[in-house]
Design a protein around this ligand. Structure first.
Ligand code: ADP
Length: 166
């Protein structure tokens, strides 16, 4: 393999919960990189719907058919985690213009903290651009139908949380 090719891309995020926008980004990433590591941020300030362990398990179940997709959790600075993994590519999804400012700031800050790391942005299929974990949680909390917007393991876990599982 050429020394210029990057063997691993890290896709960090809260993924609380994983939805089809995230899944779409991972599907695109596996066509570009030999390995994709989905990294669940554990030290979020907000009280999460799913614990970091639950989120890792749900993402693992979703990508069972993809041996090149690995999942782990991390806390602290992303650049420190990148150093531990030895990976040099951070993957981020870019949905809409409003994502740009925050993502751009993060990419430049991460570059300042660790110049070897590059941030790569991927865009999802249009039908997933309006999805966010926050919106999924809001709709779900209010009893709305989120089928097709989250992968089956997440759908099942949400139904179980609500106690409506058969
Ligand atoms: P945050 O980092 O704000 O907590 P998430 O954990 O939900 O966001 O998302 C992780 C990554 O996935 C971010 O790069 C985010 O832009 C991206 N992402 C979120 N929703 C979508 C979507 N619908 N389509 C594509 N990428 C998305």
């Amino acid at each position: 393999m050429s020394p210029h090719l990057q063997p691993l891309a890290v896709y960090p995020g809260s993924f609380d919960p994983l939805h089809m926008g995230h899944v779409d980004i991972v599907h695109r990433a596996v066509r570009l990189f030999p390995g994709v590591l989905v990294a669940v941020l554990a030290n979020t300030e907000k009280k999460p719907l799913f614990s970091a362990e639950e989120r890792v398990a749900l993402i693992q179940q979703t990508f069972l058919q993809y041996p090149q997709v690995k999942v782990t959790s991390f806390s602290g600075l992303l650049v420190d985690f990148m150093r531990v993994t030895g990976a040099r590519v951070v993957l981020r999804g870019m949905r809409v213009v409003s994502d740009f400012e925050y993502e751009f700031q993060m990419a430049l800050m991460n570059r300042r903290l660790c110049p070897e790391v590059e941030t790569v942005f991927l865009t999802p299929q249009e039908e997933f651009t309006y999805l966010s974990s926050r919106l999924i949680k809001e709709i779900w909390t209010l009893g709305g139908d989120i089928r097709g917007l989250v992968p089956p393991p997440v759908q099942a876990a949400l139904e179980q949380k609500r106690g409506t599982s058969p």
